[in-house]
Design a protein around this ligand. Structure first.
Ligand code: PLP
Length: 475
């Protein structure tokens, strides 16, 4: 960059160069770095809490200072040995795209504020539909993650149900209107039930049926629907978070089609949708193309930086009705305005990271990433199965392995406590990061495989960490 005599440009260049050094040192260290230094809240408060500075500081010194003070609390979550929650890494192209998005700082809310950002988003949405075999005519938008994608899909569902019941939910609100019924399995993701709260549909009003093993009991759902007179929103899972299991999406679509008062099928495919990329796994997603709305994440298996997700809705008019926005100062321009499809108005240019990631890997690259992750999950599951003192909680159809240590002590309570301690000990060990859960009422451990860089050697290090912790705790 020729910064010439512009002092602001010189400061920017120097500060970005330092951020670049810090970032590359961090990225280079990822394969070997301890995956967590297990900072306590007190550690982080001591490291970072301070009064608002009254005067400013040199920007290069600021960025250095933050990194040095915060480092203990930075997990190696983009690295290949972070198996907690459902966490993707970041491909080089995605990272470069994200950096550039910050530098050019486009407002991707409206065509008028950035035709480049909006057209890029349209292309990314079309590529994603193509990648997953979804109908090309579906409307959609990028979101901050699957939670907001669930909000977009369920917001459109609410609008549809209101119309069936004779009111306009976005315009009139829900107060005094006939209730809208939402049904799901017991394994609905907490983000979707959070959305039901946000949308005024009510977390507690959700009607649920069993999901033994993670997949909805279709017969129970059929029976439940028979007891409901009005229009219904059905929420299905393409990839349940603890087990990776899928609802029978085709069966849910059939139930939607046969409900006398009409039904809307929303599917949460935050990570499971990526099964559709692999010919050998695509059967898990069969029926997803019959959904009315679909939520997924890009910061998981697409391996783009936080935060990034996407939502699709079959009926573009209902989607626009849900999130319409017009005002004297945001008159629609020549092209598409994403702000009429999502809750936000101004928004980050997320499409650039996704565009770069998809362009750099292509369909074949993402197929390879998904299949490698699924192979790694299967290898780990085989190890769990073959290792005394560890047991699988569930068969593993995709990329989530739910397992637990089985202690010598009698009693489930002792085993539950053993597993809760094991999660903490594995995290503290630093070789691999796993998170805990409760499955079938029992404390368990989850390992999720979404990172594009994870190798079989990384899986072996996870195994060694689990084995060492198990031996130490059961001694
Ligand atoms: C099935 C499912 N749905 C929704 C979410 C929420 O996604 P996000 O945290 O990106 O909003 C997750 C996150 O793990 C998930 O696994």
């Amino acid at each position: 960059m020729n910064t010439g005599s512009d002092p602001t440009a010189r400061v920017t260049e120097r500060t970005l160069a330092r951020a670049h050094q810090l970032a590359t040192a961090f990225l280079t260290s990822l394969p070997e770095r301890p995956v967590s230094l297990v900072a306590s809240p007190e550690d982080m408060r001591a490291a970072l809490d301070e009064a608002l500075p009254e005067t400013g500081s040199d920007p290069t010194a600021v960025i250095e200072e933050w990194f040095a003070r915060a480092e203990r609390g930075i997990t190696a979550s983009p690295g290949p040995r972070f198996f907690g929650f459902v966490t993707g890494g970041v491909t080089p192209a995605a990272l470069a795209g994200d950096w550039l998005a910050s530098a050019i700082d486009q407002n991707a809310g409206m065509w008028a504020s950035s035709p480049a950002a909006v057209q890029t988003e349209l292309v990314v949405l079309r590529w994603l539909k193509d990648l997953f075999g979804l109908p090309a005519e579906w409307a959609g938008a990028l979101t901050s993650g699957a939670t907001m994608a669930n909000l977009v899909g369920l917001g459109a569902a609410r609008q549809w149900a209101g119309r069936r019941l004779g009111f306009d939910a976005a315009r009139d609100g829900l107060a005094g209107q006939p209730p809208i019924t939402v049904v799901s399995s017991s394994e609905i993701h907490l983000s979707a039930s959070k959305c039901l709260g946000t949308l005024g549909l009510g977390r507690q009003r959700l009607r649920q049926v069993a999901a033994a093993g993670g997949s909805v009991d279709v017969a129970a759902m059929r029976s439940l629907l028979r007891t409901i007179d009005g229009p219904v929103i059905i929420v299905g899972n393409a990839g349940e978070v603890n087990s990776g299991h899928f609802d029978d999406l085709g069966a849910l679509a059939d139930l939607r089609d046969s409900h006398p008062a009409g039904a809307w099928l929303h599917i949460d495919g935050a990570f499971g949708l990526f099964a559709a990329v692999s010919p050998g796994l695509a059967h898990l997603c069969r029926g997803v193309e019959r959904a009315d709305s679909l939520a997924s994440d890009a910061h998981k298996w697409l391996n783009v930086p936080y935060d990034s997700g996407f939502a699709f809705v079959r009926d573009a008019a209902i989607l626009r009705e849900s999130f319409a926005a017009s005002g004297a100062y945001v008159v629609g321009g020549a092209g598409w305005d994403p702000l009429t499809h999502v809750p936000e108005m101004s928004r980050r240019f997320r499409a650039l990271a996704a565009w770069c990631a998809l362009k750099a890997f292509g369909r074949a690259g993402y197929r390879a990433v998904v299949e490698r992750c699924v192979d790694n999950a299967a290898a780990f599951a085989r190890w769990v199965d073959a290792t005394p003192g560890v047991e699988l909680m569930n068969p593993v159809p995709l990329n989530i392995v739910c397992f637990r240590l089985v202690g010598r002590e009698d009693g489930e309570l002792a085993t539950d406590e053993l597993n809760r301690r094991a999660v903490k000990e594995i995290q503290a060990d630093g070789r691999a990061f796993v998170t805990g859960t409760v499955w079938n009422g029992r404390a368990a451990i989850r390992a999720a495989f979404d990172n594009w860089r994870t190798t079989r050697q990384d899986v072996e290090r996870l195994q060694a960490a689990v084995e060492d912790v198990a031996i130490a705790l059961m001694r």
